[in-house]
Design a protein around this ligand. Structure first.
Ligand SMILES: C[S@@+](CC[C@H](N)C(=O)[O-])C[C@H]1O[C@@H](n2cnc3c(N)ncnc32)[C@H](O)[C@@H]1O
Length: 374
């Protein structure tokens, strides 16, 4: 056992560069494993749903399943800390973090997949009940959030580690190559990817302190009451800055700008150029102003914020709008972190996830507000 629960340890020296793990395809659960009886159920091509159904059908076979010894090792429902399983009041701490949106989007997909499954199970192929048994939404969520590569899913994540799982097509197996020397008894880690805490929290139920891949989102929106809204949305779309779509396919007028520390360090003020450009448009006060921006764009590319607007007052209004949005996020994160310390209800494991997420995001937001052009 390691500090993160079960783990993989070297039983002898593993030199850097050596291929220390090979998992043949036959031992990997893939979407093709789904038996045709179950696969008929699926009007979905979502591979995670297919894998979840495979797990559920094998679990239903209990000891008869050839995967039973493996299935017994997988985390039980209560062991999974994914934010998908959090209560609404726990999730509310993350209202201003991308984790909240990621969690909601994931739940939406799962619920709609489950709905399809229930429909198919009840109405179209009643006989499939034999294959799966009675499956509740929670059972389905549990299967959906479970990894399915025997052995490899006992690797814990270290963002400093360069070892990744890859696939050797010739040998038809998943492989891992040591990124450093390990001696007998050392825990061997894997990198789950350049993954921000918002994704780790939803997919795996943990978040790391000082995550170098942390990212934040700064939301911007053209107000519903803005008399120039339609014109602004058309202008945005003309400049490849279309806003998110509503469920009915219409433009919402809202756009999320994502920032990572590495991006800010590499690209500096260019990283915030689209945010500034959007703010210029939001702050435009009249039809003439929009026209002026379009003309300036021809010579100065103001839509991509390569140069400031000629009118200094207008430019500083846009920049101050951006600053206000970022400051709001900084204040919301700081307040949540402060209030979190006083909360006695939330379990300690979740408190630690929350603290890692909010602290990491606050760091990126502060770096964002230090960009010189802001
Ligand atoms: C793929 S499993 C790894 C095996 C796991 N430790 C177990 O006992 O089954 C992923 C889980 O391990 C834990 N974990 C892995 N890396 C971690 C890390 N860097 N920090 C905290 N928890 C981690 C989380 O609970 C995560 O959901």
């Amino acid at each position: 056992m390691s500090q993160y629960g079960r783990a993989l340890f070297a039983t002898r020296r593993v030199p850097a560069g050596s291929r220390f793990l090979e998992i043949p395809r036959i031992a990997i659960i893939t979407p093709e494993n789904v038996p045709s009886q179950v696969s008929h159920l699926l009007s979905t091509s979502n591979p995670k749903t297919r894998l979840s159904l495979f797990l559920l059908s094998e679990k239903h076979k209990a000891q008869e399943s050839q995967w039973a010894p493996y299935l017994r090792c997988l985390p039980q429902l209560g062991d999974i800390e994914s934010t998908m399983f959090w209560k609404a009041e726990e999730l509310a701490w993350l209202k201003h973090s991308p984790t909240y949106r990621e969690t909601m989007e994931c739940l939406k997909i799962i619920k709609s997949e489950f709905h399809l499954l229930t429909l198919a199970n009840k109405q179209v192929f009643p006989w499939c009940r034999d294959a799966l048994g009675e499956v509740s939404l929670t059972d389905f969520m549990h299967a959906y959030s479970t990894d399915q590569i025997p052995f490899a899913d006992f690797f814990n994540h270290d963002h400093n580690c360069q070892t990744r799982l890859s696939y050797d097509k010739e040998k038809d197996c998943a492989v891992a190559v040591a990124d450093q020397d390990y001696k007998a008894g050392d825990e061997i880690f894997l990198s789950y990817g350049s993954t921000p805490n918002s994704i780790l929290a939803v997919d795996y139920g943990f978040a790391v302190a000082s995550n170098p891949h942390e990212q934040v989102e700064v939301p911007m929106g053209v107000s519903l009451t803005d008399p120039l809204r339609d014109l602004k949305l058309q202008t945005l779309s003309r400049h490849n800055m279309s806003t998110d779509l509503n469920d009915d396919g219409s433009p919402s007028g809202r756009k999320r700008f994502t920032f990572r520390d590495s991006d800010l360090a590499e690209r500096g003020s260019m990283a915030v150029a689209p945010l500034r450009a959007f703010a210029r448009l939001i702050c435009a006060e009249s039809y003439e102003d929009l026209q002026e921006m379009s003309e300036e764009s021809l010579t100065h590319d103001v839509f991509y914020a390569l140069s400031p607007r000629r009118d200094e007052r207008k430019e500083s209004e846009a920049v101050s709008f951006v600053r206000t949005q970022i400051k709001q996020q900084v204040d919301q994160h700081s307040k949540a972190l402060k209030d979190l310390d006083d909360d006695r209800e939330i379990p300690l494991s979740r408190k630690s996830i929350l603290r890692n997420i909010l602290t990491g995001e606050l760091r990126v937001l502060r770096n964002l507000s230090c960009i010189t052009c802001l």
